[in-house]
Design a protein around this ligand. Structure first.
Ligand code: 26Y
Length: 789
């Protein structure tokens, strides 16, 4: 690729990125024509969160640009300049990117839709004294191409009026606020194919008619402009804090803004090709990522009934064939509801449509469960109470043709729990599509050393497109040469990590130590605290018995917590305090190192996954829907320590018992203990000396410079209440870690298991996930564009 003489690395990066993007744009145009010519059904994947990660290398790879050894150095420098787009928080957002990339790789006609925030999630530093936060802005993103010609107008507020329909089901919406939505396209090339799909990121812009001409004429220029441009704030910042009414209102506006932009475009495109609505469900499918985009179903009803005068029943028959709904959570508090007063104010017509949907739905419920008044209240789309709410999950369940959990246990817990009655009514609606991760990003790009070794051993890189081929490594797992090469690559990855840690957090690591990684959002249910207690236990052992034979270990915590999420921030603080104390203690040198790596991101994950010997997947059983970090780490050859939860269960089944070390309560026991009133966390504290010493060390100020006030609230909380059963699982966890330490000492057997983890990780490719979505729900035909890149 030729570029004119660049002045700085940043400029060189931008030039290269722009060139690459323009080539992708050409291929995208060709892809669209081929898909259209084939009359292909198109799936639209709606998500408020996206974490596409760095683009340069992935896109060069897709274009098939050969990067020679000198180009490699050059590329290395350019790659480091790129700041990834922080448009999401965690698993759900990254899964979106993996799914879109796999869909393109499989030549499936899929379009992503998201929000084009100006300011994404904040970079997050060590949370001492409130936490350092640097803003990140998307203003200069060379990967996107704005499409102002595709602008649509989104309405809010106002009132509704009679539209002359005798059934009253069609009405006219007279909104009082209009906002324009302009999409930017980011390209999603497939691997080893010329297909280039796209994500449309919608940005709010001033509606031309919004300027008050009278005020302008009166010279009140500043006021007129300020009011008119107010609307642009809808996509100014990523996901506002919901603790205030204002934050909630903005979040609802964002969600509707996204679905309205997407649906208007979808319907307009359809109208270009078809005159009747009959073909709509055959031409269009929409996947709703969590409840955040549920309003899409209501918006489609509004477009069909009000704007295109399709009768209600026919519109509903169409709508209920189009949507798939993916659930990503088990926490009841994550199932969104919106106050009815807020819906009335912002989306009065949608509220009416929801009432009508509910009216017809409850008639079905009454037939299905005769005489069961309780069912009506339990299943209703409206939750009664002092502040009545719309239950977005129920709305999605009623509207969707298919609902899926993201791991087998997840679907089972949903259909036996929160969605039980729905599953009784419509058992055929529910299914599982187990999550997966992209082997391109998380193995090929993240771990070039291991990839080269795998290529060499398998005689090619077909595994990149067909991860099941990694299985051919399994018979070689005992091969001494392979084991030695495997260890050398893993060690080099740890040295790379060591260099970055030294530069960024000033901690030097021992690359021969067991590298123990917990990378995920900070959340109480994920139990970073349990890991912290283990670390403190190791520290106490060193302090009480300095000559004790301990396998050297480096523990890395990486993760972010929402700014308003106090328990998460507290845990982050504790972890960094523990790290500071241990790293400063000479007794720990070369034996125990602890790092809190700030500002977790996809890029950080790509650095950590290839270096991890041990993957921490220790959420309380019954809480983690699936997990995807578990897959990223295992694919790179990590052993896993895990609870019987989410996809850990699938991981153990596929990878084997040697590679996935299970411990602790299962979901049923955990649930019983949490709900039967018998749980007394302090009894564990009293009966287990190591646990007691660990807790006492934290509360007495060992990690807070003698300040016994700083962390004692945290300790008191888990002694008194401990909703995530940290105390109950502590002993099983520490014992599992002790067994893992023994396993680690047997170098050959450990390496063999590591090779087997990679060899057996093919199932966890997002290609398999997308194939399942397609076979079970989307039913798209692949279209391969035959053209020159
Ligand atoms: C509406 C608000 C409360 C909310 C915001 C973000 C609710 C949920 C989320 C994000 C959830 C999420 O990231 N879930 C994760 O999805 C992954 C992909 O399916 C799963 O692997 C993981 O277990 C789950 O926690």
């Amino acid at each position: 690729m030729t570029t004119t003489e660049p002045q700085t690395t940043t400029e060189a990066y931008r030039q290269l990125a722009t060139t690459v993007r323009d080539r992708l744009a050409d291929r995208h145009t060709q892809t669209l024509s081929a898909q259209r010519a084939a009359g292909a059904r198109v799936l639209h994947y709606l998500s408020t969160e996206h974490l596409p990660g760095r683009q340069l290398e992935q896109n060069l790879l897709a274009l098939g640009e050969e990067v020679g050894p000198t180009g490699r150095d050059h590329l290395e420098a350019l790659r480091e300049v790129e700041v990834e787009a922080p448009l999401g928080n965690g698993g759900l957002a990254r899964l979106t990117a993996c799914v879109l990339e796999s869909a393109a790789t499989l030549d499936l006609p899929v379009v992503g839709h998201g929000l084009r925030y100006d300011f994404g999630t904040f970079q997050q530093g060590v949370p001492a004294a409130g936490g350092e936060r640097r803003e990140w802005s998307l203003t200069a993103n060379p990967w996107e191409l704005e499409a102002p010609q595709d602008r649509v107008t989104v309405a809010f507020g106002g009132r509704t009026e009679d539209a002359g329909d005798p059934t009253g089901l069609r009405r006219r919406w007279v909104p009082d606020e209009l906002v324009d939505a302009i999409p930017s396209t980011m390209f999603v090339p497939g691997s080893a194919t010329t297909t280039v799909n796209a994500v449309r990121f919608w940005r709010a812009a001033t509606h031309p008619g919004a300027l008050d001409q009278e005020r302008l004429a009166a010279g009140e220029y500043a006021e007129a402009v300020r009011e008119a441009t107010q609307a642009e704030n809808i996509t100014r910042v990523y996901y506002p804090d919901e603790s205030s009414d204002h934050g909630r209102e903005l979040r609802l506006k964002q969600q509707y803004f996204l679905v309205s932009g997407a649906l208007q475009e979808i319907v307009a495109r359809y109208r270009e090709d078809f005159t009747s609505w009959t073909a709509f469900p055959g031409a269009v499918a929409v996947q709703l990522n969590e409840t955040h985009t549920t309003l899409a179903a209501v918006e489609l009803m509004r477009l069909l009934v009000d704007e295109h005068r399709v009768g209600w029943d026919r519109a509903w028959a169409i709508t209920t064939k189009v949507f798939g709904f993916t659930v990503h959570t088990l926490l009841p508090e994550a199932l969104q509801t919106w106050p009815i007063w807020l819906m009335h104010r912002l989306l009065p017509r949608h509220m009416e449509i929801i009432y009508s949907i509910n009216y017809f739905f409850l008639q079905d419920v009454a037939v299905r469960f005769p005489g069961d008044i309780g069912k009506l209240g339990a299943l209703s789309l409206i939750q009664e109470g002092a502040e009545p709410q719309v239950r977005m999950a129920h709305l999605a369940l009623v509207s969707a043709t298919a609902v899926n959990g993201v791991a087998e246990q997840h679907t089972r817990l949903l259909t036996n729990g929160a969605f039980r009655s729905f599953a009784t009514m419509w058992p055929q609606k529910f299914r599982t599509v187990t999550n997966g991760v992209s082997p391109r990003r998380f193995l090929r790009l993240a771990n070039p050393g291991l990839s080269a070794l795998v290529d060499e051993r398998l005689g090619g890189s077909d595994w990149v497109q067909d991860a099941d081929r990694l299985a051919a490594l399994a018979p070689m797992a005992g091969d001494a040469d392979l084991q030695e090469a495997w260890r050398a690559v893993r060690r080099a990855n740890k040295v790379r990590l060591q260099e970055r840690m030294l530069a960024e957090v000033g901690v030097s690591l021992n690359p021969d130590a067991l590298c123990d990684v917990m990378m995920k959002r900070f959340h109480e249910y994920k139990r970073q605290l349990l890991k912290a207690l283990h670390v403190v236990t190791l520290y106490n052992r060193i302090r009480s018995e300095p000559s004790r034979d301990l396998a050297p270990r480096t523990v890395v915590f990486a993760g972010r917590a929402a700014p308003g999420y106090y328990p998460g921030r507290q845990a982050m603080r504790l972890v960094s305090a523990i790290a500071a104390t241990i790293n400063a203690d000479a007794a720990c040198e070369d034996r125990l190192r602890v790092v809190y790596l700030p500002d977790y991101s996809v890029t950080r994950g790509e650095l950590l996954a290839p270096a991890a010997d041990l993957s921490e997947q220790i959420a309380l059983a019954g809480m983690e829907a699936s997990g995807t970090g578990n897959m990223k780490l295992a694919m790179n050859g990590a052993h896993t320590v895990a609870t019987r939860d989410g996809a850990n269960i699938d991981l153990r089944r596929r990878i084997g018992v040697d590679g996935v070390h299970m411990f602790g309560l299962d979901a049923a026991r955990a649930n019983l203990l949490r709900t039967n009133g018998a749980y007394q966390p302090h009894t564990f504290y009293e009966s287990d000396p190591e646990l007691r010493e660990a807790m006492d060390a934290i509360s007495s100020g060992v990690f807070s410079g003698g300040d016994d006030d700083l962390f004692s609230p945290l300790v008191d909380r888990i002694l008194g209440w401990d909703p995530f059963l940290t105390m109950a699982d502590y002993r099983a966890y520490v014992d599992a870690q002790d067994r893992i330490e023994q396993a680690w000492r047997d170098v050959d057997s450990w390496t063999r298991t590591s090779i087997l983890a990679t060899a057996r990780s093919g199932y966890f490719s997002s290609d398999r996930t997308v194939r399942e979505y397609n076979n079970q729900i989307w039913r798209l035909r692949p279209v391969s564009p035959q053209h020159e890149g």
